[in-house]
Design a protein around this ligand. Structure first.
Ligand code: HAM
Length: 423
C-alpha cells in the first residue's frame, strides 16, 4: 500500500525549505523593527470563532473550512486565516488591559478547502501582522508600510498596492441596498455565481472576474457616495501618510474583500509574477471584531501575505546565501578517519558547517561526495598528515590547495567562514 499527499498540500525541502526559512527570518527582523512581537495561536479553534469573525455567507465559511466535531463533541475548525485567533487571544489574555496598543506578527499554516491550482493550496502558509487597540489612520499606513518594506527586503519588488475604504457596517448597509437596486434589473446578464450573490452578498459581484459581470460593475454605484465625512477623513489621512512614506498605491473604489469583518481601509497587493491568483497579500481595518468577540470596543488593522505566493515572486538570486557552503572532511586511513570525525564535531560546535561521508570509501568517492554537497572547501587528512601535524585545504571552486597546521584547523576554518560567508 502506498500513500500520496492530499490534493492541495505540498512537501517542502531543499532550496525551497531554505527560502521559506529566509522569508520567515526577514519577516521577524522587519516586523520587530516596526514594534511587532510574535504571537503563536493554535491551528485548531472553535468553529464559531471563524463563522462569527469571517461572516456566515462568505465562501471561506460556506465552502472551505476544514471542520469537524472532536471527541469531546466540540465543533472545531482548522484555522482558514490568522486574524480571528489573534483577536481571541487579545481578549482572552487581557492584552487590551496590559498592553493598550497590541502589535503582533504571526506565521504558520492555514487551511482552506479550495479548488487547487497554481498558487492556490488547501494547506498554505501566511505571515501576517495585526495592530489591536487603535483607530488611528496612521496605524493603517504604518501597517501597509511594514508590508511593503517586508516585500522589498524579501526581494519581491514589482508589486502593486490597491487601496479602498469600505466604510463602516452602517455605511455599507445603505450601499448594499443601492447595489441590489442596480444589479436586479440586470440579473440575467450576471454569471451564475453572481446571481446567487445578489441576495446574500452583492458586494462580491464587484469582485467578480467574469468579463460580462465586470462590464456591468464598471457602471455600478461606488461606496464613496455612502461614506460619512468621518470615513472620508480617515481615508484622506491614510492616503496622506502613504504619500509621506513614499509608498505608491492605486485607489480602487470597487475593491471588496472576501471576508466580512473589514471596515474602512482595505488593501490588496498583487504581483505580476503571479498568474490568475495574483493576490500576494491583503488586509485592512476591522473596527468591530474585538467588540463582537466580547472585548472592550477598539479598532484594529492588519494584513496577511501568502508565503507560497511570495516565494513565487522572490528573486532568490538577490537574496544573501541561504546557508554557508562549509567544509567537507575527506580522510585516508583509520587514524585520519577518527581524527576527522572529531574535527567535524568541533567545527560544528564552533558554528562552522562541516560535513563528512561516514562510509569512508576511496578518496575519489569522498571528493565526489564533497562536490555534490556544494561545500566550499575540502579538508583532506591522511594518516601521514596526522603524524606531520598538517592538513590540506582545497578550495572546491578554484581547485587551489595548500598545507596548513593541524593545530590551527578550527581557527582557520572559522576565519575563512567569517571572511567568505559572513558566518
Ligand atoms: P486573505 O485575503 O483571505 O486575507 O488572504 C491573504 C493572503 O493569503 C492572500 O492574498 C494569498 O496570498 C494567501 N492565500 C489565501 N488563500 C490561499 C490559498 N488557498 N492558497 C495559497 N495562498 C492563499 C486574510 O486571510 C486576512 N486574515 C488578512 C488580514 C489580516 N486582514 C486583516 N488582518
Amino acid at each position: 500500500m502506498s500513500f500520496k499527499r492530499l490534493r492541495g498540500t505540498h512537501d517542502t525541502w531543499g532550496e525551497e525549505a531554505l527560502l521559506f526559512h529566509k522569508i520567515e527570518s526577514i519577516a521577524r527582523e522587519v516586523f520587530s523593527r516596526f514594534g511587532f512581537e510574535e504571537l503563536k495561536t493554535p491551528i485548531l479553534e472553535e468553529k464559531e470563532l471563524f463563522t462569527r469573525a469571517l461572516g456566515t455567507e462568505t465562501d471561506v465559511v460556506q465552502k472551505e473550512m476544514y471542520e469537524f466535531i472532536d471527541r469531546s463533541k466540540t465543533a472545531v475548525a482548522m484555522r482558514p486565516e490568522g486574524t480571528a485567533g489573534v483577536v481571541r487571544a487579545y481578549i482572552e489574555n487581557n492584552f487590551d488591559k496590559t498592553m493598550g496598543l497590541a502589535k503582533f506578527f504571526y506565521m504558520g499554516p492555514m487551511f482552506r478547502s479550495e479548488r487547487p491550482q497554481a498558487g492556490r493550496l488547501r494547506q498554505f502558509h501566511q505571515i501576517g501582522v495585526e495592530q489591536l487597540g487603535t483607530d488611528n489612520a496612521l496605524a493603517d499606513a504604518e501597517t501597509i508600510q511594514a508590508l511593503t518594506v517586508f516585500l522589498d527586503e524579501a526581494g519581491a519588488g514589482g508589486y502593486q498596492v490597491k487601496l479602498n475604504n469600505l466604510g463602516t457596517f452602517e455605511e455599507r448597509s445603505g450601499f448594499k441596498e443601492k447595489l441590489k437596486e442596480y444589479f436586479t434589473p440586470q440579473l440575467k446578464s450576471l454569471c451564475e455565481d453572481c446571481q446567487n450573490r445578489l441576495a446574500k452578498n452583492p458586494f462580491r459581484i464587484l469582485d467578480c472576474k467574469v468579463e460580462t459581470c465586470r462590464q456591468i460593475v464598471r457602471k455600478a454605484p461606488s461606496i464613496r457616495e455612502f461614506l460619512t465625512p468621518e470615513s472620508l477623513e480617515h481615508h484622506t489621512k491614510v492616503c496622506k501618510a502613504l504619500d509621506a512614506a513614499g509608498i505608491a498605491y492605486k485607489e480602487d473604489p470597487y475593491m471588496v474583500r472576501g471576508l466580512d469583518y473589514y471596515t474602512k481601509t482595505v488593501f490588496e497587493i498583487s504581483h505580476s509574477k503571479l498568474g490568475a491568483q495574483d493576490a500576494l497579500a491583503a488586509g485592512g481595518r476591522y473596527d468591530r471584531l474585538i467588540e463582537s468577540f466580547g472585548g472592550t470596543p477598539a479598532g484594529a488593522v492588519g494584513f496577511a501575505v501568502g508565503v507560497e505566493r511570495l516565494a513565487m515572486c522572490v528573486d532568490a538570486g538577490t537574496m544573501p546565501a541561504l546557508t554557508q557552503p562549509g567544509f567537507f572532511m575527506v580522510t585516508l586511513g583509520e587514524k585520519a578517519f577518527e581524527e576527522g570525525f572529531r574535527i567535524v564535531s568541533d567545527l560544528r560546535k564552533n558554528g562552522v558547517k562541516a560535513l563528512m561521508d561516514f562510509s569512508a570509501k576511496s578518496m575519489k568517492s569522498q571528493m565526489r561526495a564533497a562536490d555534490k554537497s556544494k561545500a566550499g572547501y575540502a579538508i583532506i587528512l591522511g594518516d601521514d598528515e596526522i603524524v606531520q601535524k598538517e592538513f590540506t585545504l582545497k578550495n572546491l571552486s578554484s581547485g587551489e590547495q595548500s598545507k596548513k597546521p593541524l593545530g590551527d584547523i578550527i581557527t582557520i576554518c572559522k576565519s575563512i567562514g567569517k571572511g567568505e560567508w559572513g558566518c
